[in-house]
Design a protein around this ligand. Structure first.
Ligand SMILES: Cc1ncc(C[n+]2csc(CCOP(=O)(O)OP(=O)(O)O)c2C)c(N)n1
Length: 991
């Protein structure tokens, strides 16, 4: 096959050239194409038309006489190695001679008119087959209600033979129906037969493409993949199930349906976002898991919305039923923190034996917020991490399944962003199986008002993922499609979509009245026989099961539910920790708490600093030519190392390099992070003479070290930040950093920040140590583009501004433990180095938001000595004034508190104005949680001075609103803290 592909690839341009030149062939070809082209505007040599050449080639390979003489000549010349222009012979072949030959081969030497018709008819049949492959899904019977068109359009493509007169489009007639036609290589409908009657051809095409499965795949521009799909679906008799398989399917449907019935009976007035109308989703997921387990998968990570979530927990992940039922008890008390909304949001992690394969399988359902589709990139990031830590480079052991609602799948942009990660080397999970619960409604909104694309799944076409639409009331068709989806992923490592076209038996939730808005649809739904009954009737009718067996299966499951219900009444306490989607074995103590409340010093030995400095200054590969400008940068790093100082980039290098030595995986992801937006980082070197030859010196630092991953991301924030959050979820022993190009760009990922990062632990008791690097500072980019919006992060910080804390010995660490995230703005490379290391040395994990500088990257004074980084040193939450003012504090008139880059502007201006004795300047490096203890020391040191908070930002943004009430709490409201911008701070009257 690969040989064929190569030939086709090499022949394609020749073929195109040939077509351009060969007017006669073009005319014939165009006549045929009139019938098969998807639209008048489709360019002649692009899209599906160019496949014609390939098809012709395949057909010719099989039998050179089966194609037009001109093609035969061309392919023969090309195969003999003729260069493009010469494979085609400019003089027209002697048509009369070649025609005679062709006719002779069909035994029609004396009747050229008839023979010509035969050739034309064969070409017509080829076109017809292709029409079904491309457009058959438009007429497939996908809607179980039979009232809506899954593609929102009732048009019937003119090239599908829905009525006999449409044969005329192909120049065929009713009388041709029983004539036998040779089948082209692009179809498998013949099975072992190479020719079929036209009647049989149409029948088989209809069976494959126009029944309960609608296949969209012909947009995929890989012939091998298209052939694979055609073979899977067209081959006669492929969709056969053993009686055993049918009984399993029925039993799974029983569980799915009776679970919802049970909840409805016991808690008739509770919302549960039931699955009724798409009960088949449970056997579908179980089939995907069984088949994946059979193919070697050991760990499946899932993300899903509200619809059917409880059913998935109960019947797919197999959470104990009593644990689910007790969630409906209003008296259930939470034993630990967490919001307790188990039913729709909490995750789950479960290891069990897969009954179909008898192999171990781990299933994890990632906790999700209400924000539909937001969990997608998080699932992908977690999946990537699990693959990465297992060395599962091809996704053979770990895979993800994403479930979607039709309205959300079509409407939410993060779906698109996540799809675009699917084939990027540092982000791919080697194929995700997407399952859409396409109930043809979104809350109350009709799909015709909810999307502009024909199908809700069209977004998947951008990554060439095949889309299998299937009528959810045909359980066997669904199972077949799910099996093929797993095989597809296993074969091509690419995404695939299963679109379960179904309906929603009740309202959006069980309390909603759907008849207000969808009266006709719901009239039909009320008449609709449930899928379980339909399937049971079918199996009873064909003798696969008896009525008694069926009833026993129902009774058996009902009894399981009843018993669990009784047990659930004993559950009085909700342990949210039992609902963790990503346990970190060994990281916490047995109670799930940190093993200590201390953090060791974050400094490292001087020889380690030297070693990393030297590594950061050199090219570890022989004969690797780097850019001259970069040589100068590396030389500068070497100089700094010799002089025992670091700048910002080298400080970061020291942090990453030292963690790698300690076995901590470091991952830095974001747009252009490899070089660094501001061209300061250069973590990936590019050979200036060998294309695509790169080198990451950080991975050559130590003989035994953890891997360093630095990866430029797609141009996405929502998708990529969600992905990194998911990556960080998998293990506590990794420093996972996401860097925004400019800090303000984080707002397109606001949902991940609000829903997951700021509140993830409070909602889901889930720790996460993700680091956000947000370049911030006014540097002439315009005010809105210069700010990473510190005020927004600070507003979401949970430390109480009015509560004066007790300063116990472990205050610093326990304050960090209590907070929802840490917000820092470092003014020195050393402090940046320490805070990155502290992130890992802490005995728990918290998200860390770092406002990083731009101008400080090259500021001559923004350098740190090794003395500030060697063993015994630590992160400094506050850097107090240590100049002249600090030595005579009673003479100080004003204490300016500030954070970050503005400090350098302030000290410069203070010097200019000769105010070094009168004005003390203290830097707040950790802004949240607020370092009450250290700020208090500073305030007490200067009792007579007035207090000013100085920032570049306007008063209503930046840090002021956060720090002001905390300062006032410390001084018990006895002293004011004024706001000043840095250009006014020395001129105000009191100095
Ligand atoms: C991002 C986001 N916007 C709005 C909502 C409110 N909402 C909840 S369910 C729903 C309809 C979802 O429809 P669909 O995706 O088709 O899933 P279904 O409920 O039909 O299964 C909406 C709009 C939400 N949860 N998330």
């Amino acid at each position: 096959m690969s040989h064929l592909r190569f030939l086709v690839a090499t022949l394609k341009p020749h073929g195109i050239q040939f077509l351009v030149k060969q007017d006669v062939a073009r005319k014939v070809f165009l006549q045929r194409q009139r019938y098969v082209s998807s639209g008048a505007t489709e360019p002649f040599l692009s899209g599906s038309n160019s496949n014609y050449v390939e098809e012709m080639y395949y057909t010719w390979l099989e039998n050179p006489k089966s194609v037009h003489k001109s093609w035969d000549l061309f392919f023969r010349n090309a195969n003999a190695g003729a260069p493009p222009g010469q494979a085609y012979q400019t003089h027209l072949p002697d048509l009369s001679k070649s025609r005679a030959l062709l006719f002779q081969s069909h035994g029609l030497a004396k009747t050229p008119g008839k023979a010509e018709k035969l050739v034309e008819d064969h070409l017509a049949v080829q076109s017809l087959i292709r029409a079904y492959q491309i457009r058959g899904h438009h007429v497939a019977q996908l809607d179980p209600l039979g009232i809506l068109d899954a593609d929102l359009d009732s048009f019937v493509p003119s090239d599908l033979i829905t009525t006999i007169d449409k044969l005329g489009l192909y120049g065929l007639h009713e009388s041709d129906l029983d004539k036998v036609f040779r089948l082209p290589i692009i179809t498998f409908i013949g099975g072992d037969e190479t020719a079929l009657s036209l009647r049989e051809i149409i029948k088989r095409l209809e069976n494959t493409y126009c029944q309960h499965i609608g296949l969209e795949f012909m947009f995929i521009n890989d012939v091998e993949q298209c052939q694979w799909i055609r073979q899977k679906f067209e081959t006669p008799g492929v969709m056969k199930f053993t009686n055993e398989e049918k009984r399993t399917l029925l039993a799974r449907l029983v569980r799915s349906m009776r679970f919802e019935d049970f909840l409805a009976r016991k808690w008739s007035s509770e919302k549960r976002f039931g699955l009724e109308g798409c009960e088949v989703m449970i056997p579908a997921l179980k089939t995907i898991i069984d088949k994946s387990s059979e193919m070697g998968v050991e760990y499946v990570i899932m993300g899903m919305p509200h619809r059917g979530r409880l059913n998935v927990l109960a019947n797919v992940i197999r959470k104990e039923l009593e644990q689910i039922f007790c969630q409906f008890d209003p008296k259930l008390e939470a034993a630990d923190e967490g919001s307790g909304d188990v039913k729709y949001h909490l995750g789950m992690y479960h290891e069990r034996i897969n009954r179909a394969t008898n192999k171990n399988i781990t299933l994890s359902l990632v906790a999700n917020p209400s924000h539909l589709e937001a969990v997608n990139p998080v699932v992908q990031g977690k999946t990537k991490a699990e693959q990465f830590y297992r060395g599962d480079t091809e996704g053979k052991k770990v895979m993800s399944i994403l479930l979607h609602g039709d309205a959300a799948f079509a409407g939410q942009g993060v779906v698109y962003e996540t799809f675009h990660l699917s084939d990027l080397p540092s982000y791919t999970t080697n194929g995700t199986i997407h399952v859409v619960v396409n109930n043809q409604i979104g809350f109350t909104t009709d799909p015709r008002m909810a999307r502009s694309s024909p199908y809700p799944t069209d977004v998947a076409r951008v990554v060439n993922a095949p889309i299998f639409h299937v009528n959810a009331d045909d359980p066997e068709a669904v199972m077949y499609v799910c099996n093929v989806a797993v095989e597809w992923r296993n074969t091509f490592n690419k995404d695939v979509v299963v679109d379960l076209v179904c309906y929603r038996r009740r309202g959006h939730n069980e309390m909603d009245e759907p008849m207000f808005t969808q009266p006709l649809m719901y009239k039909q739904i009320h008449k609709q026989v449930p899928v379980l009954k339909k399937y049971a009737d079918k199996l009873i009718a064909d003798g696969t099961v008896t009525l008694q067996e069926f009833e026993e299966e129902i009774a058996k499951y009902d009894k399981i539910c009843e018993e669990a219900y009784t047990r659930s009444k004993d559950k009085k306490i909700l342990h949210i920790k039992h609902w963790l989607d990503s346990p970190w074995p060994g990281f916490f103590n047995l109670n799930g708490e940190p093993k200590s409340m201390t953090c060791p010093p974050t400094g490292i030995p001087e020889d380690m600093l030297n070693h990393i400095g030297n590594g950061a200054s050199s090219v570890p590969l022989e004969g690797f030519k780097i850019h001259g400008g970069l040589s100068r940068i590396l030389k500068g790093r070497l100089e700094m190392t010799k002089n025992r100082v670091v700048d910002w980039a080298l400080g970061e290098y020291m942090a990453f390099g030292s963690l790698l030595k300690e076995g901590i995986h470091v991952r830095l992801s974001g747009q252009d992070v490899e070089r660094g937006t501001f061209s300061h980082r250069h973590h990936v070197l590019h050979d200036q003479e060998v294309d695509k030859r790169t080198c990451v010196p950080m991975n050559h630092l130590w003989e035994q070290q953890a891997p360093y991953t630095v990866c430029n991301s797609s141009l996405s924030e929502y998708g990529v930040l969600g992905f990194e959050l998911g990556f960080a979820m998998a293990s506590p022993n990794a420093l996972v950093c996401w860097e925004a190009q400019f800090g303000d760009f984080h707002n397109t990922a606001q949902c991940i920040i609000d829903q997951f990062i700021s509140s993830g632990q409070a909602k889901w008791v889930r720790h996460n140590g993700i680091v956000l690097l947000l370049p911030h500072g006014m540097e002439g980019m315009g005010p809105e583009h210069s700010s990473a919006r510190p005020e927004r992060f600070l507003q979401m910080s949970n430390d109480d501004s009015d509560a004066y804390p007790e300063f116990s010995a472990d205050f610093e660490v326990s304050q960090l433990y209590e907070c929802n995230w840490i917000v820092v703005n470092c003014s020195t490379p050393a402090n940046y180095f320490h805070v990155l290391r502290r992130q890992i040395l802490l005995p728990f994990r918290k998200p860390l938001i770092i406002f990083t500088p731009k101008s400080l990257l090259r500021h001559p004074e923004a350098k740190s000595s090794f003395d500030e980084m060697v063993s015994g040193t630590s992160f400094r939450r506050v850097i107090p004034e240590d100049g002249a003012a600090a030595h005579a504090p009673n003479e100080v008139k004003r204490v300016i508190f500030c954070t970050g880059k503005v400090y350098y502007d302030l000290i410069k201006e203070r010097k200019n104005q000769d105010l070094e004795k009168q004005v003390a300047i203290t830097r707040l490096e950790q802004i949240s949680p607020f370092p009450f203890d250290l700020v208090k020391e500073e305030l007490e040191k200067y009792p007579g001075a007035d207090l000013v908070w100085c920032q570049e930002e306007h008063k209503n943004i930046g840090y002021y609103d956060y720090v002001k009430p905390r300062f006032r709490t410390i001084v018990n409201h006895t002293r004011p803290i004024w706001y000043e911008t840095y250009f006014r701070v020395f001129f105000a009257s009191r100095v």
